[in-house]
Design a binder for this molecule. Structure first.
Ligand SMILES: Nc1nc2c(ncn2[C@@H]2O[C@H](COP(=O)(O)OP(=O)(O)OP(=O)(O)O)[C@@H](O)[C@H]2O)c(=O)[nH]1
Ligand SMILES: [Mg+2]
Length: 365
């Protein structure tokens, strides 16, 4: 199963621009709302310095980075939960993704009209959260009805669920995402199963004008404060600049950004944060010295399932995993000398793969 990161926001906030910058896929971008109707799905490369370090010692013919799937979703407007704009479609697409990037429009551009004729990222965030909360409220009310009926016959079994449902209902009525209540009450395990839109892990992206880089200015500050109030992260980016630079050689692009005072590339921050939001970690394989590859897997994946990512035969015929943490490999200088000094571990079926493991799977066909 591939995990997907969805890009959501009001119309004309620069979602497709960010999508193009992340995936270089060339989705339609235009200064009018609802340019995007069907979601665009593409792949973003995770730039990981560890992979480069590994390639430096292995010198493979091919270097394959980890990727994540990005979905560029249609813009949302007030009343989406009642089906306004592209409301229902939009909400359905959000339901299908595993985590969301919420793009807040901070850039000012007279050629790109804002649907409400003003730049106010805070109000935009509130509109978006309210629409998602109202859509979830419908889901919760339907569930409450069922739970109440079930609780009549079996009150004990349904007490915790009813309690959570009633609390979440209050929270959503105030326009607050359900994840806030679920995490502060340590009930994400329960609430996370209900398919709510507002329990998806999320990250706020302040899309600012290039002239407001690197800090982002007062609008981006509002986004940052809102993210903090919601116990989540925010990132400042100029999607337009990132898209324009996407095809430049990386060194030149970095130099251009440095001149603007940007230390860490916005896109890398977004992909790294997206990776974390999706709960992914990376393990590495070296195939006969020809190919070095980074593999994304959910944290807590057992070794046979990780082997299955590489090849289904490897999972079926899994015998053992030879594991060497990347840092140990780098300090030993080669797999052979790491093995000679006893640093390569042999792990069995129950081993949970750790971030940064370099793994050689042994399997029988
Ligand atoms: N000045 C400026 N313009 C931007 C920036 N990001 C996007 N734009 C412009 O804003 C307009 C809308 O961008 P899109 O990426 O199509 O916006 P969207 O959010 O995907 O819009 P919909 O799909 O219609 O909801 C385009 O003309 C972009 O060139 C930015 O950072 N600065
Ligand atoms: Mg778009």
């Amino acid at each position: 199963m591939t995990l997907q990161l969805g890009i959501v926001g009001l119309p004309n906030t620069g979602k497709s621009t960010l999508y193009n910058a992340l995936t270089r896929a060339g989705a339609a971008v235009a200064p009018y709302p609802f340019t995007t109707i069907d979601p665009n799905v593409g792949v973003a490369v995770i730039r990981d310095p560890r992979l480069t370090a590994l390639a430096d010692i292995v010198q493979p013919e091919r270097l394959i980075p980890a990727t994540i799937e990005i979905v560029d979703i249609a813009g949302l407007v007030r009343g989406a939960h009642r089906g306004e704009g592209l409301g229902n479609q939009f909400l359905g697409h959000i339901r299908n993704v595993d985590a969301v990037l919420i793009v807040a429009r901070c850039f000012d551009d007279p050629d790109t009209p804002h649907p409400y004729g003003r730049i106010d990222p805070l109000e935009d965030m509130e509109i978006l959260e309210l629409e998602l909360a109202l859509a979830d409220l419908g889901t919760i009310e339907r569930r409450l009805e069922k739970s109440r009926a079930a609780a009549k016959a079996n009150p004990r079994e349904f007490a915790a669920e009813l309690h959570a449902l009633e609390n979440i209902k209050d929270v959503l009525q105030q326009g607050t995402p359900a994840i806030d209540w679920a995490t502060s009450h340590d009930r994400l395990d329960l609430v996370g199963q209900w398919g709510l839109l507002t329990t998806k892990p999320r990250l706020l992206v302040a899309n600012v004008s290039e002239r407001d880089l690197p800090g982002g200015g007062p609008s981006a500050e509002l986004v940052e404060k809102h993210a903090a109030a919601r116990h989540t992260e925010s990132i400042v980016i100029c999607a337009q600049t990132e898209m324009d630079l996407a095809d430049w050689p990386p060194d030149e692009a970095n130099l251009y950004l440095q001149e603007l005072g940007v230390v860490s590339r916005g896109l890398d921050q977004v992909t790294a944060a997206g990776y974390r939001l999706l709960g992914l970690i990376t393990f590495f394989t070296i195939t006969g010295g020809h190919e070095v590859r980074a593999w994304p897997i959910p944290r807590g994946t057992p070794a046979p399932a990780a082997a299955g990512r590489v090849h289904t035969d490897m999972e079926r015929g899994f015998v053992r995993a030879e594991v060497l943490p990347l840092n140990d490999l780098l300090s030993a200088g080669s797999w052979v000398s790491a093995r000679e000094s006893g640093r390569v571990r042999v792990e069995g079926r129950s081993y949970l793969v750790q971030d940064g493991d370099v793994i050689h799977f042994r399997f029988a066909v």
